[in-house]
Design a protein around this ligand. Structure first.
Ligand SMILES: [Zn+2]
Length: 319
């Protein structure tokens, strides 16, 4: 079998989508043309629709995956990119040799992802915005979207370059920010303290409200319980675990002041330690790696999965 280390060579199997009947299918391309404009993978594929016989192009989501894949595994130097665009087939450089094979990776990822995210058309919250044809989704072992996420994340780890995780992290941070905003709005709408009548259940099973007699006037008064809004605690946890304090986001007056003082000066190393975007990505990658180790331990059984075993054999022993 040919060693296909990167996307400078055409793929054996491509996902197509029929523009006429919307049928989505995996197939060996009928024709491969050069597409120099697509720098990361300079090929245009066509195949015949298995349903209506129309000539089909590559499915948009599959094109998107190849691009994300190329970003996470492809050459980063100008020469490397030019080499890919010129479609050269030289000896693999050490950098190229590090690259992960797309087909093998997809195969292995399918097996792994299926454990956590089996294909479930319209069964996940993210399905609402998913453009993968539902019939195609149904025919897959694992959720296509999750497989893509796993593939790109694994590629970033294998390349030891958490920078490739930035798009994923950015969307995640945006979602977290949206959740925090909803929590905040709810707390503001309800008030930070909630006052409710105290109550208990008596021996007969009736609910009784707590009351007491006012010592001065003798009037019956209701006992009220005052509680902090139950969402305050999760909000606090969310903010601290995400390093989202105002200082971390550079939003306190003091930090803004320091930033302004630094403008126009060369950074000297003795200033206050700030978290750069790359440090942040590295930190995120670290915790994700730890998570990965845990998951791997818990799922030692899956090592016997025949598809995964084949994938690992294809990729060699990582030591
Ligand atoms: Zn068709």
């Amino acid at each position: 079998m040919a060693t296909k280390r990167d996307l400078s060579l055409p793929l054996d199997s491509v996902t197509f989508r029929c523009s006429l009947c919307r049928h989505t299918f995996d197939a060996q391309p009928d024709a491969v043309e050069n597409e120099p404009a697509a720098e990361h993978h300079p090929y245009r594929y066509t195949a015949t629709c298995q349903i209506c016989g129309q000539s089909c192009g590559q499915a948009p989501f599959h094109k998107g995956l190849l691009k994300a894949w190329a970003n996470a595994t492809g050459p980063r130097t100008a020469e490397g990119k030019a080499a890919t665009a010129r479609n050269l087939e030289g000896h693999p450089t050490p950098e190229e040799a590090k690259r992960t094979r797309f087909n093998a990776m997809k195969h292995g990822m399918n097996a792994e992802v299926a454990q956590y995210f089996p294909a479930k058309p319209d069964g996940y919250p993210t399905c609402a915005s998913c453009d993968v044809d539902r019939d195609y989704c149904r025919s897959q072992p694992a959720c296509v979207r999750q497989t893509q996420l796993f593939m790109v994340t694994h590629a970033a780890f294998e390349q030891k370059n958490p920078k490739h995780l930035m798009p994923i992290m950015a969307s995640m941070q945006a979602s977290i920010t949206a959740i925090i905003q909803q929590i905040l709005q709810t707390i503001i709408a309800d008030g930070v303290k909630l006052t409710t009548p105290a109550w208990a259940v008596d021996r007969e099973g009736n609910v009784v409200l707590g009351e007491y007699a006012d010592l001065v006037t003798g009037e019956r008064r209701q006992i009220m319980e005052v509680k902090a809004h139950p969402l305050l605690k999760p909000l606090q946890e969310f903010l601290s675990r995400n390093n989202l304090s105002l200082a971390d986001m550079g939003m306190t007056p003091k930090v803004i002041d320091q930033e302004e003082q630094k403008l126009g000066r060369l950074q000297t190393g003795d200033g206050p330690p700030t978290l750069s975007l790359e440090d942040y990505a590295a930190k995120q990658a670290e915790s994700m790696a730890a998570l990965r180790v845990l998951a791997e331990r818990a799922n030692a059984r899956k090592q016997r999965d025949p598809v995964l075993v084949e994938y690992q054999q294809q990729n060699g022993d990582p030591q």
